[in-house]
Ligand binder design. Structure first.
Ligand SMILES: *[C@@H]1O[C@H](CO)[C@@H](O)[C@H](O)[C@H]1NC(C)=O
Length: 384
């Protein structure tokens, strides 16, 4: 005879079951490519909706210091871009720049700002992403006192760009920007630093790999708040910094492998870095910067990136050996900060910096990022 459950007990079971059911539905929805991509890229949550990206003065830039323009990708999308002039150069040409037509430039190549970029033999270019309120602020840090120009794009599906995001598409957008910089603006790869933040680190790794396979080397690759690959990142991801997305499943390596199979855009950055190091013929400057208090993506993800890159030339160390080997190359700066540096032939420098402050977003405007860019452009070489 079945034991009838007390109605109150039933309620208890139902209440306990509801979150589990929701969670199952949530996971099921996430394996649907359409919904998965919306959840991952969150490109419809545009934090710039209430502010006009065609009026960069709103972020404190000087009049016409920023020129908004668009780029056409080979597959027919239109990608919205910003060119930010370094302030010292702006100052020299201020009187002509203020008279330029403000707002979205229909023909950027005919503007004075473009000529300043093209004719500046010192032009150093950083590439990044616009459509989040915090990033324009970080571009101040890079352009206020330096000679660096910044060109940033909104990936397809974000902000004012057309299309929908995908791994292939985002890498194509960033490649379109590189092609434009090299062929239209005339800035060679040796004067370009690829700068990526968060998901942008995965895009930058993809673009850098694509060019490395063609024998093209950039001045530097700077990855801020990056992650090894999407599946392993999600396994440690905490929604709002607190609720673990994958809860107890995350601890199983086999679950992470299974997740990797269901993810449409895998973003295997770590193995891409291995590939980049493997194809380096002349020079590589690869930097990873992460804040200790990043509550979105744990800083330990950088260990995976550093290891994937450094192990390629360190020579077949196993896990334990690698940890000891890395420790010898690590300078600790208190308990929340360290810098691990690996230099090898040809002229390769791989550096992982853990910084005590900066969270997930503000870190972009912090000194370690600007320093990584300066180190990329520093051609004095290195002493063994
Ligand atoms: C380093 O690379 C070697 C050879 O590819 C591999 O066998 C080893 O597991 C790697 N070590 C680490 C710590 O990733």
């Amino acid at each position: 005879m079945a034991v009838p459950l007390h109605p109150l007990l039933w309620t208890g079971v139902a209440l306990a079951a509801a979150p589990v059911a929701f969670y199952a539905v949530f996971l099921a929805l996430l394996v649907t490519p359409f919904i998965q991509r919306h959840a991952l890229y969150a490109h419809k949550i545009n934090t710039l909706l209430w502010s006009d990206v065609n009026r960069p003065e709103g972020w404190g830039f000087a009049t016409n210091q920023v020129t908004p323009f668009t780029l056409d990708t080979p597959d027919g999308e239109s990608v919205y871009a910003w060119h930010v002039l370094p302030l010292p150069l702006y100052l020299k040409h201020e009187s002509s720049l203020v008279n330029q037509q403000p707002g979205l430039s229909p023909n950027f190549a005919e503007t004075g700002s473009f000529r300043l970029l093209k004719e500046d033999p010192e032009a150093r270019l950083n590439t990044g992403h616009i459509a989040q309120a915090l990033r324009p602020d970080s571009y101040h840090a890079l352009t206020d006192t330096s000679s660096y120009h910044v060109v940033a794009i909104d990936y397809r599906g974000f902000g004012h760009s057309t299309g929908v995001p995908s791994e292939k598409g985002l890498i194509l957008d960033a490649s379109t920007l590189v092609e434009w910089a090299v062929n239209v603006a005339g800035v060679p790869p040796s004067r370009i630093v690829l700068l990526g933040h968060s998901l942008g680190t995965a895009v930058v790794s993809g673009v850098a790999e694509r060019y490395a396979l063609k024998g093209v080397e950039f001045a530097g690759i700077v990855l801020v708040a990056g992650f090894g690959d999407l599946a392993s990142m999600l396994s440690g991801y905490r929604i709002g910094g607190f609720v673990p997305l994958l809860g107890p499943f995350a601890a199983w390596p086999s679950f992470v492998r299974l997740l990797d199979r269901f993810i449409v855009d895998k973003w295997h950055s770590a193995s891409r870095l291995t590939n980049i190091v493997r194809h380096t013929k002349m020079r590589l400057r690869l930097f990873m910067v992460h804040a200790k208090n990043d509550r979105d993506i744990p800083w330990t993800e950088d260990n995976k990136l550093f290891r994937a890159a450094a192990n390629e030339t360190a020579g077949g160390l196993d896990d334990g050996e690698f940890e000891a080997w890395k420790e010898q190359r690590t300078v600790h700066r208190g308990k929340d900060a360290f810098v691990a540096t690996w230099r090898s032939d040809p002229d390769i420098m791989i550096q992982q910096e853990l910084f005590p402050y900066g969270g997930h977003d503000p870190i972009m405007g912090y000194a370690p990022v600007a320093l990584a860019i300066m180190r990329s452009f520093d051609h004095r070489g290195w002493n063994r």
